[in-house]
Structures are given as structure tokens and as C-alpha cells.
Design a protein around this ligand. Sequence first.
Ligand SMILES: Nc1ncnc2c1ncn2[C@@H]1O[C@H](COP(=O)(O)OP(=O)(O)O)[C@@H](O)[C@H]1O
Ligand SMILES: Cc1ncc(COP(=O)(O)O)c(N)n1
Ligand SMILES: [Mg+2]
Length: 540
Amino acid sequence: MLMAYYGDAQLVSRTTFSFLSFNKRQPPPVSRRNKQTRIFMEMHKVPHVLTVAGSDSGAGAGIQADLKACAARGVYCSTVITALTAQNTVGVQGVDIVAEDFVAEQLKSVLSDMHVDVVKTGMLPSLGIVKILHQCLKEYPVRALVVDPVMVSTSGDVLAGPSIITGFREELFPIADIVTPNLKEASALLDGLKIKTVSDMRSAAKLLHDMGPRNVLVKGGDLPDSLDAVDIFFNGEDIYELRSSRIDTCNTHGTGCTLASCIAAELAKGSSMLESVKVAKCYVETALDYSKEIFIGKGPQGPFDHLMRLKNNIHKSAGQVRFNPSDLFLYAVTDSAMNRKWGHAISDAVKAAVEGGATIVQLREKDIETRDFLEAAKSCLQICRSHGVPLLINDRIDVALACDADGVHIGQSDMPTHVARALLGPEKIIGVSCKTPEHAEQAWIAGADYIGCGGVYPTNTKANNLTIGLEGLKTVCLASKLPVVAIGGINTSNAQSVMQIGVPNLKGVAVVSALFDRECVLTETKKLRTLLMEATQVMK
Ligand SMILES: Nc1ncnc2c1ncn2[C@@H]1O[C@H](COP(=O)(O)OP(=O)(O)O)[C@@H](O)[C@H]1O
Ligand SMILES: Cc1ncc(COP(=O)(O)O)c(N)n1
Ligand SMILES: [Mg+2]
């Protein structure tokens, strides 16, 4: 049924086309750009892949996969769209081929203006389009050409008819730096040769190489009964069997497009062909493994997560605690030395604090190995999540990211707040230690969620820490646009006076020794909570 569309090359709106023609803007002549500008442009050129492929409305394969793969690999990607597909995880419901002269127009727009390092091709739905591409590449040569000879989608739908085989063989293969057929495509290109084993793949790679490409990668994603994902790479001299573990997942829609784009991206960055292929294969394996548990669409072949971020969002909606300033009410900060002194395991101490009424927990483990810190953080996170209490990590953004904690608390000499925000994303909680109104202002500008202000009173947990007293605390609170938690030497005897300084954005107290330098953390937390509740009742 889909084949019915192939004859119709005029489906894309001519109105759009003539509008664009009418508005053609010519780039300024190069001579008008001075030499310095040209040198500057040369120095700041970014690696650039142009993908010439079809759009996948489900965004798992095609142009959309190419864009995501290049973004993930840190390479700029421009796009010439050859066809629109109505596609989802079930299959391809429709194909609308872009008019040949409009494909030519797109190619010219990009290649005449932008510096393209590598061209990567995907779905080329007609012989005419292949010829146009060939002609354009003659006119605007690029450093490398990666040809993914897309013919059939993972779902089994036809994306390019048999006439395309001539186009590949005669036009593109002779100028390709690498071609990357899957088993079905390799077989179609070799007049129906049966490819069922790794040894068949090796023979196919050699036969395809005879058609002219510099390198061939026969992909074995669909190799029956194979425990590994085996691809065969042949450069005309040596043959390599590239193996990775086969990820047990249905989310493999778009693996072929992604692999080819990633090869193109690595080539654009300057890697050798074999290195680019290896990096690309490893990237696909990692992304598939990361995306095993994501669920998009009802069909048998789902897309995967190129940027490896979506899973965190699933966990986030399941567990990530959104920041609420009232969480600062009873803020428990752990201390490994105190836990050692009392023989408390960190997770037991945190459990007791949370059960006693702590409303947020910060792990502050200064003298602990990173591995141990990460393990401790993971177990504390489970405890905190089961009570709906946010868990923050002191200083260590890497540990917070690794265990998917709810956020971090950082000091003035740690990672700058705006950098922490960029690393952690918009959802994570970031608290910053501030002593002055200027610190508070900076923390707000840089995207913190709250500030920790102190030391209010002298304390043993921070040597040589300047004490700002209740007055200093009040000054900072009044200047701060963010909610504040007071910290430093606060305990059951002074917590009420702190809470009663009478500024609305002071939301609570952070305590270390008052909870953890005690035999029974549960009892101390309950005691402090009661006092804080009394203090806030009095204020009302
Ligand atoms: N389940 C899997 N686990 C790991 N790698 C895979 C898996 N499925 C495919 N691959 C890899 O993805 C890439 C694309 O292969 P393939 O699926 O055969 O191509 P296409 O998507 O064009 O059909 C290859 O490197 C292949 O080895
Ligand atoms: C528009 C478009 N182009 C290519 C593919 C191949 O997908 P895969 O990478 O899974 O083989 C596709 N399904 N749709
Ligand atoms: Mg596939």
C-alpha cells in the first residue's frame, strides 16, 4: 500500500516552495568579510553533519534520531528532508515524498552557506533524489559520506522501493566512505544473498566492498540466535568482528539511523573510520541499555533515549521530591565522625532522624571514600523517599547525580551555583551557604532554591567559621529573595530563639550535633521538632 505513494513526488506544498523562492536571501559576498573575521570563523568552526533523510513522526528514527544522536555526540546537525513518514511504534502508516527540486533546494541552502564536514544519508525514497544528491556532492564536496542504505524499517515497512538499489550501486556507493546496511539491506543489495550467520556477514561485507565504498559495516542487530550484537567491518584489507552485548530490549527503533549518525559525528570531529565505528557501536549499546525500562508507544518496537535523560524523569515523577520551602523546618545534617563515635551506621542515623520528624536530610560526609559515600547515599535515598523527605548531598554534585539524590548543598568555595544548576538540571534542589546579603543575592541569581545562613552560633563542626549571630541572620534573611534555613551551633536550648527572630522567609533550622552527636537520634529529633512546633505556634 505504501508503494502507491512513491510515484507522487509533488505532494509537498508548492505554495511553501514559491514563498521560499521569493524570499531568497543571498549571503554577503565573502570579499566583504575581512580577513580577521574569516580566521575567527575558521577557528570557531564546529563539527557539522548534514543528514539527508526522512522524517519519522514518532521521532525514534530518521531525521529526528539523527538530530538527537549528533546532539548527544556534541556535533551540529543540519537536515535535508527527503520524505515525511507518518510513523509510530507500531509501524509506518504513510509516506509523503518531498519533491525532487525541493530536496535540491534544501541541499543547496545548506551546502552553499554552512561548512559541512560529513554528509550522512538515510531514507532516500526515489532514484531521482539519489541523483540530485550525487550531483550536489560533486558541486559541494565534503570530507566524508556515510551511506545508511535504508530500505525497510525495523517494523518491516518499505521505505524505499527496489529501484533505489541501482541508485546505491551506481551513484552513492562509489563515492561513499562507509556504507552501513543491516542484514535485509545487505541481502537486497546482493541480489537476495542469504545472510544468516556471522560468516555470511563477512562474505557480504567483502562483496559490498567490491561495489566501491571505502568501508563497509554489515550490521547484525537482526542476526538470529545471536547472544551478542555482532557487526562486521571491512576496510578493503582487514575484516573486524565488532561485538557488544545484546541488550534485552524492545526499544530498538532507530538503532541503524543512530549508528550511522554517530559514525558521521565522530568522523566530523576528526576520528578515524574504525574508531568512529567503534565509538558509535558503543554509544548505541549504552543508550539501549540505559533505555531498557522506558516505555513510549504501544507497538512492538519503541524508541530509545539518545540523550540518556528520560529515565531520571521517570524516577523523578515516581520519587523525586519537589522542593517546598517548608521542608527546611527541621533540617538534619549528618556527620560521619559523630556516627562513628556513637557506633551508628549512617543509614540507621538517617532513618532515626527521618522517623523523629526531620523534614530534609543532607549527607555531609567529609572523610569517606567516594564509593562508600555513593553506597551510603543510595541507601539513605531509599529511606528518605519512603518518607517523602528530600535527600541532599553536601558538596558532591557527582555523588548526587550518580545516586539521583534530590539535590545538593554547596558552599561559597564549592562548584559555582550556576554550574551546579547546569549540571543538575532544573528539577534538583540546590542550597547555598551564605553569610552576607551579597551571597544571598548571588545565590538567587545563579538559580539556588534556598540558602543556608550562618554560623549563627559558634560550633565545633566547622573550625574557624565566622559567627554572624541572630542579627547577622536577620540581615541576610531580610535581603534574601530565597527561603532561608539557619545553621551553626543550633540545638534544643537556642532553636526557639532562632525561629522567633520574626522574618517570614526563615523557614527552619539545620542541625548536626544536636541530632547526631547523641546516643538516641530518634529521641533528640522528636524533642527538637516539638520545640520548633511550639516556637512557630507562639509566632502565630
Ligand atoms: N539489542 C541490541 N543490543 C545491542 N546492540 C544492538 C541491538 N540491536 C541492534 N544493535 C546494534 O545497533 C546497530 C544497528 O543495527 P541493526 O538494528 O541491525 O540496524 P537497523 O536499525 O538498520 O536495522 C548495530 O550496531 C547493532 O549491532
Ligand atoms: C524515516 C525513517 N528513516 C529510517 C528508518 C529506519 O529505522 P531503523 O534505524 O530502526 O532501521 C525509519 N524507520 N524511518
Ligand atoms: Mg534496527
